[in-house]
Design a protein around this ligand. Structure first.
Ligand SMILES: *[C@@H]1O[C@H](CO)[C@@H](O)[C@H](O)[C@H]1NC(C)=O
Ligand SMILES: *[C@@H]1O[C@H](CO)[C@@H](O)[C@H](O)[C@H]1NC(C)=O
Ligand SMILES: *[C@@H]1O[C@H](CO)[C@@H](O)[C@H](O)[C@H]1NC(C)=O
Ligand SMILES: *[C@@H]1O[C@H](CO)[C@@H](O)[C@H](O)[C@H]1NC(C)=O
Ligand SMILES: *[C@@H]1O[C@H](CO)[C@@H](O)[C@H](O)[C@H]1NC(C)=O
Ligand SMILES: *[C@@H]1O[C@H](CO)[C@@H](O)[C@H](O)[C@H]1NC(C)=O
Ligand SMILES: *[C@@H]1O[C@H](CO)[C@@H](O)[C@H](O)[C@H]1NC(C)=O
Length: 797
């Protein structure tokens, strides 16, 4: 938003009755004139006002901008929708206290502050205050804070410290931020940021046609429920005032020479900037909307959005998608509906903590009620859908009741200590009845389900074989302890299937494996139970004499490797996709390490083992097979190191010690590779001999992490998110396994915005390190992949 403030020569054609204004002062007195080319400066030197032309524009506007900042950041514009297209403007103050911009060519008013209410004023003065507020007041008024008019009441796209955003309920004044049309056209753009006082007040970012884009959520005594990024900080304080006369949000600088402003960008993003003296530039502190879940009502009624899950939308407890099919393809319209309708006699509530409260425009509230009264009140009224306390401080006071569909709920649980309660009615009675019914049907169902699924799977998996003319011979592998069944195919069927181009992926295990047949089956069953959206699914297996094979679902987009390291493919992966991939891998790994019944250490996490489905969702493949086939999973040392150069942690590569933390290290490498689009191994930099890890470490220590980012990402980046990922990546790469976070911590850190610990020096950050002890390293046999199927040959012991 750099505006060049061309100072044009003053054309003296309208100075007959006006005294020439001397600009040593920050004020304008009646009959003084401020012509184009002359400027008024606030007494602290921070702000300046006068006529300006935005970049690439000949139009002239009267406005206020930062003076300290050489590029001139405009904060206020008078009559933004109709520019003076020549230099014929001049600002004057009339005797009755009205600021006007005159068209000096014809002497007509071009703009007027229309500050009425000036009849009694004997001595009006217009002054540019240190805050950047242009005010008109009566110099005779004992209270200098009585303004006849102030620019802070008529904001453009910028909120400055001390400005009130919101409503004066007494005189009806409404202060709304409205975006510029483009960065060089101050006329009213498509977006506005305003206070909506329907129900319990909230701030809204609206798009064109009054479409909601982002909602702050109600104020909870400490901050807005849906803006966890707004918190105590060293730059500014903030408050929300809500009383009979006024409802507004405002902020103040802690150190008045550290500048901060809130701007609604022409593209509809609310941004908080802070002036960075060192880089002489504005730094973005907060963006809203910040992520997909901030988009208003993305999951529709009774849906809840969680940015750390993929897909992001799910239904509240006791609710199900209204259109199951649409939801399956990530179209959330319709939202969720109750599984069991309310009967309004025996309803109960489900409790939710750490969520952005639903839209309160249709809510009812009482700020002094206790939570118990609140629950009773909601229970009494059949149309009450949920209740919550308003103020989270202390014991939690106040009562909010919702009477319509619950909209725009976001899961913030990962962002820490904020605890809020939503309770949703459910029918206890009906649930009990249903439970009985389910129980009586259970045994019957179980039998039939088993039978049905068996047949279904057989049909699916042998379809190609049957088409090929050979009848697929299958039978299920069963185990006494579980209900997972895994089809066992014979080799002929599989080969036939492959010839027909069936989309499966196969993995052939070494015939020299010493594992017995029963052991193999049991292991396969265990692996088959690993079901997670970020793991490739095992469909079946095949045993033919000595041959043992695993059959996986086929991933059409191949692996991450083919994307991030390819000059052209890389462009297809914007930052949101990459962030989703990083999160997906983290969750898949967390599942392997912690959530699955087996504790599985992958040991060979790398870009080539992250497969991508049609929606570019990451799926970890090749998971820990070698380890779980080979013997006890808790074993922490191996004679034969299996892995890939560039991803292996020092303790594993050198000593053969492995643990979940070796996977965490590999994950750290992946994160850096995804962000930079370069391989760790083979990384080259003219300035040093380090690999990608070392390069990232140097940049991080010098505060230059931005330089690590893939240049193809420029348009889509979300700076704080990327920097956070790099930071988390470096934490995963620390030399000592004990220092590295667990995957559950990694998932938490990626999803929140709390402070992160400082990373210690990473392991293996010099490329040369990789080659000492090279003798003991043996990389995994290479993979070969084709278009229709990929076969990996793997060593198993
Ligand atoms: C100023 O007055 C002149 C003469 O009447 C007119 O041509 C011009 O359009 C006016 N400028 C604006 C911005 O209204
Ligand atoms: C200036 O604006 C006026 C009306 O706003 C218009 O009639 C005139 O043509 C414009 N002049 C130039 C040079 O654009
Ligand atoms: C200012 O006063 C005039 C009459 O003196 C009236 O027509 C106009 O509507 C008033 N403007 C405002 C903003 O109250
Ligand atoms: C007029 O000015 C007085 C004080 O100067 C203020 O209290 C009052 O609210 C103003 N009235 C209007 C309608 O703005
Ligand atoms: C503003 O909205 C209009 C109509 O919806 C659209 O054509 C235009 O591109 C939008 N402008 C911006 C900057 O988004
Ligand atoms: C305020 O910030 C300025 C510039 O960074 C600094 O020089 C000054 O010491 C700060 N004042 C206080 C009271 O912290
Ligand atoms: C709010 O609740 C308090 C305590 O229950 C009650 O005394 C008060 O009348 C209520 N106010 C409204 C407006 O309902």
């Amino acid at each position: 938003m750099a505006q060049s403030l061309t100072k044009l020569a003053f054309l003296c054609c309208f100075c007959l009755s006006t005294l020439l204004f001397s600009h040593a002062s920050d004020s304008i007195l009646p009959h003084q004139s401020l012509p184009d080319g002359k400027l008024v400066v606030s007494s602290n030197g921070a702000f300046e006002m006068g006529f300006f032309s935005p970049d690439n524009s000949k139009n002239r506007f009267f406005g206020i901008w930062y003076k300290i900042i050489s590029t001139g950041t405009v904060v206020w514009v008078a009559k933004r929708d109709s520019p003076l297209n020549d230099t014929s403007g001049a600002l004057t103050l009339t005797q009755d206290g009205n600021l006007i911009v005159l068209n000096t060519t014809n002497g007509n008013d071009f703009w007027s502050s229309r500050s009425n209410n000036t009849t009694n004023n004997q001595n009006p003065v217009a002054q540019l205050l240190e805050s950047g507020n242009l005010v008109i007041r009566d110099a005779n008024d004992e209270n200098p804070g009585n303004y006849l008019w102030q620019s802070f009441d008529h904001p453009s796209d910028t909120a400055l410290p001390g400005m009130k955003m919101g409503k004066n309920l007494v005189n009806g004044l409404d202060r709304v931020l409205q975006s510029w049309k483009t960065s060089d056209d101050p006329s009213t753009g498509n977006y506005s940021f305003l206070l909506d006082s329907h129900g319990f007040p909230q701030l809204f970012l609206m798009g064109s046609g009054s479409v909601e884009r982002f909602r702050s959520g109600p104020w909870n005594g400490e901050r807005f429920s849906g803006a966890p990024g707004l918190k105590e900080n060293p730059i500014y304080t903030f408050e929300f005032v809500f009383n009979q006369e006024e409802i507004y949000y405002t902020f103040r600088l802690i150190n008045s020479s550290v500048f901060s402003r809130l701007v609604l960008s022409p593209t509809g993003i609310l941004q908080r900037f802070s002036w960075n003296y060192r880089s002489q530039d504005w730094t973005t502190l907060i963006n809203a909307p910040a992520d997909n879940c901030d988009n208003y009502g993305i999951c529709y009624g009774y849906g809840i959005c969680d940015i750390s899950i993929n897909p992001v939308c799910s239904c509240l407890d006791k609710f199900k998608p209204q259109k199951e099919k649409d939801w399956a393809s990530a179209v959330w319209s319709g939202g969720c509906e109750r599984k069991t309708p309310l009967n309004c006699k025996n309803d109960g509530f489900v409790r939710y903590s750490g969520v952005k409260l639903p839209d309160t425009r249709n809510s009812w509230y009482n700020q002094s009620m206790k939570l118990e009264e609140c629950e009773k009140m909601c229970m009494k009224d059949c149309s009450c859908m949920a209740y919550a306390n308003i103020d989270i401080r202390g014991k939690g006071n106040g009562c909010l009741l919702w009477f319509e569909d619950l909209m725009d709920i976001k899961n913030l649980a990962s962002s820490g200590r904020m605890v809020k309660i939503i309770r949703v009615c459910l029918t206890l009675l009906a649930v009990i009845l249903l439970l009985g019914l389910i129980l009586t049907l259970y045994a019957w169902k179980k039998k039939h389900k088993k039978h049905k699924e068996d047949t279904q799977r057989q049909q699916e998996l042998t379809r190609e074989g049957t088409l090929g003319g050979s009848s697929g011979h299958t039978h299920g592998v069963e185990s006494n302890t579980n209900d997972v069944e895994l089809p066992l195919f014979d080799l002929a069927t599989i080969l036939d299937g492959m010839l027909q181009g069936q989309e499966i992926a196969m993995k052939r295990l070494s015939k020299y494996s010493t594992q017995g047949l029963d052991e193999f089956k049991n292991e396969v069953l265990l692996i088959a139970k690993l079901q997670h959206r970020n793991l490739v699914r095992l469909l079946g297996c095949c045993i033919d004499g000595e041959e043992k094979m695993l059959i996986y679902e086929f991933m059409p987009n191949n692996s991450l490797e083919t994307f991030i390291f390819d000059e052209n493919q890389r462009k297809l992966l914007d930052w949101p996709s990459r962030f989703r991939i990083i999160n997906g891998i983290a969750r898949g790994l967390l599942y392997l390490h912690q959530d699955s019944r087996l504790r599985i250490i992958h040991r060979d996490l790398k870009a080539g083992n992250i497969l991508l489905d049609e929606g570019m969702n990451p799926k970890i493949s090749d998971f820990g097979m070698a380890r779980s086939f080979g013997g006890s999973v808790t074993e922490a040392n191996t004679r034969r190191v299996v892995g890939t150069y560039g991803y292996m942690s020092p303790e594993y590569a050198v000593d053969g010690n492995f643990s979940v933390k070796s996977d965490v290290f590999s994950f750290g490498v992946l994160v850096l590779e995804i962000i930079s689009g370069t391989r760790n191994r083979g990384f080259f930099h003219p300035d040093h001999h380090h690999n990608l890890i070392g390069h990232a470490w140097i940049l991080h220590n010098e505060g230059r992490s931005l330089e690590l980012i893939d240049t193809h990402l420029n348009k889509s980046i979300h700076l704080s998110e990327i920097l956070r990922c790099i930071h988390v990546g470096l934490l995963c790469l620390q030399q000592s396994p004990e220092d590295r976070p667990s995957m559950s911590n990694v998932v938490l850190m990626l999803g929140s915005d709390g402070a992160l610990p400082h990373p210690k020096e990473p392991g293996f950050f010099t490329a040369r390190n990789l080659f000492y002890e090279g003798e003991t390293l043996s990389s995994k046999p290479t993979e070969s992949s084709g278009n229709e199927l990929s076969i990996t040959i793997m060593e198993a012991r």
